[in-house]
Design a protein around this ligand. Structure first.
Ligand code: ADP
Ligand code: GLC
Length: 482
C-alpha cells in the first residue's frame, strides 16, 4: 500500500504530547510492515540542526491563501527503508518558538497556519511521483485536507485522487474559528454549510474532516463510543452518530524501541520483571535528582502531562493534599495552564519533603519518572487513549486511572478481574473517589505479593505497534475496496 500520513507534530522531530508519539510510531510500523509510507509535517526551528541528513527537494510550492500566493520549500529525510518524512518549510508560519501558543495563548493566525498545512498535504498527495493511494490525517490541524482532496477531484479534474482517513486524537480541539478564515481555503462557499465545514457560523476543521473523510478512527474503542454521546461529543456527537459506520476505535501501541527499561539511554539502571533491583535504584536516583529524601520504602506517585482541564489536575491537587499526611512522595512534570502551574508549585512549597514539581517540557525526565515511581496518577476528565499509563505498565509502575476512554480500555482493576489486574481504577469525577484510589494504592504497597502480581501483569502486557498498525491497514484496505 502507498500511504501518506500528515500531522502538525511528529516524534522525534517535534512534540507537545502523545499525538506526536502516535504518528511517529505509526509511520515507522507501516514502513516496517512493507508499505511505502510518507509523513508530512512542518519544519519547525531546530529540526535541521538535530537531523543534519535533512535535504532540500527541488520543489517550490506556491499555494493560494485567499488573495495572496504563499510559497514553501520541502525538505526530506529517510529515517528507515520505505519511510520518507516531508517537512514543509514556511518560516512565516512555522519558524516560531513553540508549536501552537505563546504565553499560554494560541497564535491568532493558527487557522491560517494550518489551512496552509492542510493545503500542502493535498498538494504533495497530488504531485508526489509515488502517488499515495491513501491519505491519513491526524487531528484538526490537517482536518481540512480530506475536503481539499475531494474538491480537487470533483471540480478540478484530479483523476484517481486518494481516499482519506481522519484520526481524532482529541475532540476537545476542533480548530473552530471565525468564518472569515474560510477565505484562506480558496474553496467555494457551497461547502460552508451545516453538512460541511460550518458549525454555528464558524469554520470548523474537524467537522469538515468528519464530513468529508472516507473513514474516521479514534485512538481507543471506548472513546469511539464516548464521542457519539452528548457528554463527550463536544457538539459533534450528532454528526458522529450519523457517520457511525465509519467510526472505528483503535487503541494506540507503544514504541518499545523508545519506551523500554532495558536499553534506555535515559535510565542509569536497566531492569526487567525478573530483576527489579534496577527499578529501586532508579527510584533513588530520581529522589536524589528532585531533592526529595532518598527512601525505597516511601511509596512514590508520579504524573507527567499537559496541565489542562482534560487531565483532571483540579482533582489531583486536592486529593493529594488530603493524603499528604501519610508518608508518601509525589512528583509532577508538566506545563500548561498558569492556575495549575501555580497550584502545583504551591503544593511543592508547602510540602518540600514530599512533593517535587518540575514545570516545563523535558525529554529524558519522563522516563526517569515512569521508572522511578511506584504508582502513576492519571485522573483524566476524558482521555482519548493516553500513552503515559501504557508506558507505566511497561515500566512496572502501577497506574491509577479514571475509567474513561483509553484508560478504561488498557487498565484492569482487581475488582474487574483479579487474575489479569494491572492497576487501580475509579469512576466518579470527584476528589474523594481519587483520594480513595490513592489510599488503596497505599494498602497495596504494603502487600508485596499483590504489588508484584499487578506489576507482572503490566510488564507482560504488549501494546505492540505491529498489531495496531495491522488494524490501521485493515481500515485502509476497507476504504480502498469501497
Ligand atoms: P496527551 O497526548 O493528551 O498529552 P498522552 O498520555 O497521550 O497525553 O501523551 C503525553 C506524551 O507527552 C507522553 O509521551 C509524555 O511523556 C509527554 N509529555 C507530556 N508533558 C510533558 C512534559 N512536560 N515534558 C516531557 N514530556 C511530556
Ligand atoms: C491526544 C489525547 C491522548 C492520546 C494522544 C495520542 O493528545 O489527548 O489521549 O493518547 O492524542 O493519540
Amino acid at each position: 500500500m502507498k500511504i501518506l500520513l500528515a500531522c502538525s507534530e511528529v516524534f522525534p522531530y517535534s512534540k507537545t504530547g502523545g499525538l506526536a508519539d502516535m504518528v511517529g510510531a505509526l509511520a515507522k510500523a507501516l514502513a516496517a510492515a512493507g508499505h511505502q509510507t510518507g509523513v508530512v509535517t512542518p519544519l519547525y526551528p531546530g529540526i535541521r540542526e538535530r537531523f543534519p541528513k535533512l535535504r532540500q527537494l527541488d520543489w517550490q510550492m506556491k499555494l493560494p491563501m485567499g488573495s495572496l500566493s504563499v510559497s514553501a520549500e520541502v525538505y526530506v529525510l529517510h529515517p528507515q527503508p520505505r519511510l520518507t518524512c516531508y517537512f514543509i518549510q514556511q518560516p512565516h508560519y512555522y519558524a516560531r518558538k513553540s508549536l501552537y501558543q505563546t504565553n499560554g495563548e494560541d497564535y491568532p493566525d493558527n487557522p491560517e497556519r494550518f489551512i496552509f498545512l492542510s493545503k500542502a498535504v493535498a498538494h504533495l498527495a497530488r504531485y508526489l511521483p509515488w502517488q499515495p493511494e491513501l491519505v491519513h490525517v491526524h487531528d484538526w490541524q490537517v482536518g481540512l485536507t480530506p475536503l481539499l482532496i475531494r474538491h480537487q477531484e470533483w471540480r478540478e479534474g484530479w483523476g484517481r485522487a486518494p481516499k482519506t482517513c481522519l484520526t481524532l486524537h482529541n475532540l476537545a480541539y476542533q480548530g473552530a474559528c471565525p468564518a472569515v478564515n474560510y477565505q484562506f481555503t480558496n474553496l467555494p462557499w457551497d461547502y460552508f454549510h451545516i453538512e460541511g465545514a460550518e458549525f454555528f457560523g464558524q469554520l470548523n476543521f474537524v467537522k469538515a474532516g468528519i464530513s468529508f473523510a472516507d473513514e474516521i478512527t479514534t485512538v481507543s474503542p471506548r472513546y469511539a463510543r464516548e464521542i457519539q454521546t452528548e457528554e463527550f461529543g463536544a457538539g459533534l456527537d450528532g454528526l458522529l452518530r450519523r457517520r457511525e459506520d465509519a467510526v472505528i476505535g483503535i487503541l494506540n501501541g507503544v514504541d518499545y524501541t523508545e519506551w523500554n527499561t532495558t536499553h534506555n539511554p535515559n535510565l542509569k539502571h536497566p531492569y526487567n520483571l525478573r530483576n527489579l533491583t534496577g527499578k529501586t535504584a532508579n527510584k533513588k536516583e530520581l529522589q536524589k535528582y528532585l531533592g526529595l529524601p532518598v527512601s525505597a520504602k516511601t511509596p512514590m506517585f508520579g504524573n507527567i502531562g499537559r496541565l489542562v482541564e482534560q487531565k483532571g489536575i483540579d482533582l489531583l491537587i486536592p486529593a493529594l493534599e488530603s493524603v499528604l499526611t501519610e508518608p508518601i512522595q509525589f512528583v509532577s512534570l508538566g506545563a500548561g495552564h498558569s492556575k495549575f502551574e501555580a497550584a502545583l508549585s504551591d503544593l511543592a512549597r508547602r510540602f518540600p519533603d514530599k512533593v517535587a514539581v518540575r514545570l516545563g517540557y523535558e525529554e529524558g525526565l519522563p522516563h526517569q519518572i515512569e521508572a522511578g515511581c511506584d504508582f502513576y496518577l492519571m485522573p483524566s476528565r476524558f482521555e482519548p487513549c493516553g500513552l503515559n499509563q501504557l508506558y507505566s505498565l511497561h515500566y512496572g509502575t502501577i497506574p491509577i486511572v479514571r475509567s474513561v476512554g483509553g484508560l478504561d480500555d488498557s487498565v484492569i482493576d482487581l475488582r474487574e478481574d483479579p487474575i489479569r489486574a494491572n492497576g487501580i481504577k475509579f469512576s466518579a469525577y470527584s476528589v474523594p473517589a481519587l483520594a480513595q484510589a490513592i489510599r488503596k494504592a497505599l494498602v497495596l504497597f504494603e502487600v508485596p505479593t499483590l504489588m508484584h502480581h499487578l506489576r507482572q501483569n503490566g510488564m507482560q502486557a504488549q501494546f505492540s505497534w505491529k498489531v495496531t498498525a495491522e488494524k490501521y491497514l485493515a481500515v485502509y484496505q476497507k476504504v480502498l475496496d469501497s
